[in-house]
Design a protein around this ligand. Structure first.
Ligand SMILES: Nc1ncnc2c1ncn2[C@@H]1O[C@H](COP(=O)(O)OP(=O)(O)OP(=O)(O)O)[C@@H](O)[C@H]1O
Length: 258
């Protein structure tokens, strides 16, 4: 069997006394969508930053697309990409100019055509030539997504991809991501606070609390195990430490239907 696209083992990050990520381990086979869920400060963004090589782990290993990220990240960076609402694109440049700069950095063939393609697919037309600093939060999110797709990445790391989007646009972006994954076979790691989004897109979910993975599984299995109707309720059970980890309190109280 081929190596998973992401293979993380014993990954930890300390900031002084704070253990932001504590012994994280998971693998993502090609073409899957892995969801990273957790409350504020659970360690999601820190995990993504380590996967991108932006933060050096305190300990642990990360293999991406078969390469050791701590030793050879430049071999794979061109095959991956990310978007995050916490990373602003240069404010004075327009989306078109920003996308051109990143297309050059990623060595995209025929950048004019690729930018026009993404501009159309993500409906950026109206603000393509307005400085990024003047865009609304939702418009910036769409430009960030276009940047993330420029190089047709095999691995896409998305930190809150639908933050600040209105429900209609968010739904449209989810559909777009689903189509992108199906068409390209890309692997996606998604950190989100939106449970419906995670339930819809993810093949596996890692529930994080205070840097640790406290439960994991397919959305449908988590729902069954916690005896809940949706992931939001599972998340609240975990966040409030009701039956976290391997225990399945709701299942004991409420026998499985059918
Ligand atoms: N540079 C830093 N220095 C000190 N502590 C940090 C630093 N970066 C993150 N932390 C701490 O590490 C923990 C994990 O933060 P992180 O941003 O990864 O959480 P998160 O799950 O992405 O949260 P949110 O959902 O609020 O974005 C938090 O307690 C945070 O305060």
């Amino acid at each position: 069997m081929s190596e998973p696209v992401i293979l993380v083992e014993g990954l930890s990050k300390r900031f002084g006394p704070v253990i932001a990520v504590d012994e994280l381990g998971f693998s993502a086979p090609g073409g899957t969508v892995i969801g990273l869920l957790g409350g504020n400060g659970a360690g999601k963004t820190t995990s993504i930053a380590m996967l991108l090589g932006l933060l050096i782990p305190t300990s642990g290993s990360i293999r991406i697309l078969g390469e050791d990220m701590l030793k050879h990240r430049y071999r794979v960076l061109a095959r991956m990409n990310f978007s995050s609402p916490y990373v602003d694109l240069p404010r004075r440049l327009t989306p078109r100019q920003n996308l051109r700069v990143f297309a050059t950095l990623y060595g995209v063939a025929d950048p004019t055509r690729r930018i026009a393609e993404l501009g159309e697919e993500l409906a950026l037309g109206e603000f393509m030539d307005r400085p990024c600093g003047k865009l609304s939060a939702g418009q910036k999110t769409r430009v960030a997504l276009a940047k993330a797709l420029l190089n047709r990445p095999e691995l896409l790391l998305l930190d809150e991809p639908t933050a600040s989007l209105d429900p209609d646009t968010a739904d449209w972006v989810r559909h777009y991501l689903e189509t992108f994954r199906k068409e390209t076979g890309a692997t996606i790691l998604l950190a989100s606070h939106n449970m419906a989004e995670v339930e819809r897109l993810c093949s596996e979910v890692l529930m994080m609390r205070r840097g640790r993975v406290v439960d994991r599984g397919k959305p449908v299995d988590l729902l069954r195990r916690y005896g809940r109707a949706n992931l939001e309720e599972v998340f609240l059970d975990i966040a409030r430490e009701r039956g976290h980890g391997v225990a399945a309190p709701a299942e004991e109280a409420k026998p499985e239907a059918g």
